[in-house]
Design a protein around this ligand. Structure first.
Ligand SMILES: Nc1ncnc2c1ncn2[C@@H]1O[C@H](COP(=O)(O)OP(=O)(O)OP(=O)(O)O)[C@@H](O)[C@H]1O
Ligand SMILES: [Mg+2]
Length: 364
């Protein structure tokens, strides 16, 4: 199942984004005009980022990534000219200019505003009335049309949360509908399971995959690729940003930018980074305690014959010192499963999209 090539690292440019495995230029749609791609797509539907994955005939994977965010701006000649000069694309909706994706995040930071977010805590945001047309627009840009009507697209959905009361039925239905309209045959894959597919091939797809995202942590315990237990906890990177923003009196989008700029949890350099470190430790503690108590109460947990790995994926695991702090907290918790190594996925931000792609390719 380990069929994909290696993608470039998380530091690859985000804008537009082609994270290309082969040294070939990709077109704006992320698909070189002459490159032949396998049928089957992977799509990570995340609170903070949307990522698509596709594989060419040589096994190289192309990932496209966009922030799952938008911003609306008053329509006037000055702003319109400025956006045109900056080469920022926009659409007009209800007489306002809407900028989506990475450009929206950058503009929010320039104007000291918040981005609007179509998703919250893993699912379509109940408080964002424009969520659905924006998601449609973002996915259309990211995926384009299928190569063939009915091409399979596996998309990620969160597992049921253990610390809040909602289900993912509506969310799942909405994305199935959008993908179907684009011409894909949409199938869902639980997010933690996608991490198992992309990161635990060498362990015979046995172990614990955790996707540490913007809205949630998604956990999957798998034995030989079969999920024994999947669940989520509903705090992630956004929770850190909100809290850091509160204590520092800044916008959450600004806190996100500071956090992503290259902080090391083991050596914070100023007041902002100290706040990030404090909330990060708390988040990891919260997630691990929830995971532990869920494991202890679980029926049907596999009793692994040998110790297994925990692999952390997702953008929230990318911060410097994440694995060290995770290990630190882990050592103080009496964990009910024997664990061999705690490690970070090679490309944390692309792990779920790659896992969804593995599922799609194994079917077509
Ligand atoms: N270099 C970095 N350092 C710290 N955090 C980062 C870094 N890069 C991204 N992040 C954070 O990772 C989070 C996004 O991760 P990811 O794309 O895996 O989440 P998501 O899949 O969109 O969300 P979810 O799975 O919870 O729905 C955001 O909170 C973002 O700020
Ligand atoms: Mg995610």
């Amino acid at each position: 199942m380990d069929t994909y090539g290696k993608v470039t690292g998380p530091d690859a440019p985000r804008e537009g984004v082609q994270v290309d495995t082969a040294d070939r230029p990709a077109t704006a749609a992320g698909q070189g005009a002459t490159t032949k791609f396998e049928l089957g797509r992977g799509l990570d539907v995340g609170t903070a980022n949307l990522a698509s994955a596709i594989q060419d005939a040589e096994g190289n994977v192309t990932i496209k990534l966009q922030r799952n965010a938008f911003i609306d701006i008053e329509m006037d000649d000055y702003t319109r000219n400025m956006l045109t000069r900056l080469n920022v694309q926009y659409v007009v909706l209800d007489n306002r200019m809407i900028v989506v994706g990475d450009a929206a995040f950058e503009l929010a930071n320039i104007f000291n505003r918040e981005t609007r977010r179509p998703m919250k805590a893993g699912v379509v945001s109940p408080g964002e009335k424009d969520a659905l047309p924006i998601e449609r627009m973002l996915l259309e840009n990211l995926l384009g049309k299928p190569q063939k009507e009915g091409e399979v697209c596996y998309f990620s959905v969160p597992a049921e949360p253990i610390d809040s009361d909602f289900n993912v039925i509506y969310h799942q239905g909405v994305f199935e509908g959008i993908l179907k309209k684009l011409g894909y045959h949409a199938k869902f894959l639980v997010e933690g399971h996608a991490v198992v597919f992309s990161e635990l091939a060498e362990d015979d797809f046995t172990g614990i995959g955790i996707s540490c995202g913007g809205g949630m942590f998604n956990v999957c315990v798998a034995y030989k690729s079969i999920p024994a237990l999947s669940f989520s906890t509903s705090r992630g990177g956004d929770w850190i940003d909100r809290n850091v923003a509160n204590v520092l009196g800044i916008k959450a989008s600004r806190a996100t930018a500071i956090k992503e700029r290259g902080v090391n949890l083991l050596s914070p350099r100023n007041r902002e980074e100290e706040a990030i470190e404090i909330y990060y430790r708390n988040l990891i503690q919260y997630a691990l305690e929830n995971i532990k108590s869920r494991f202890e109460s679980a029926d049907g947990m596999p009793s692994f014959p040998t110790a297994v790995d925990i692999v952390c994926a997702g953008g929230t695991s990318m911060i410097g010192g994440f694995v060290e702090v995770f290990q630190d907290v882990f050592e103080d918790i009496k964990f009910p499963i024997q664990v061999k190594n705690i490690r970070r996925a090679e490309d944390p931000l692309y792990s779920v999209a790659k896992g969804c792609l593995v599922a799609a390719l194994s079917e077509t």
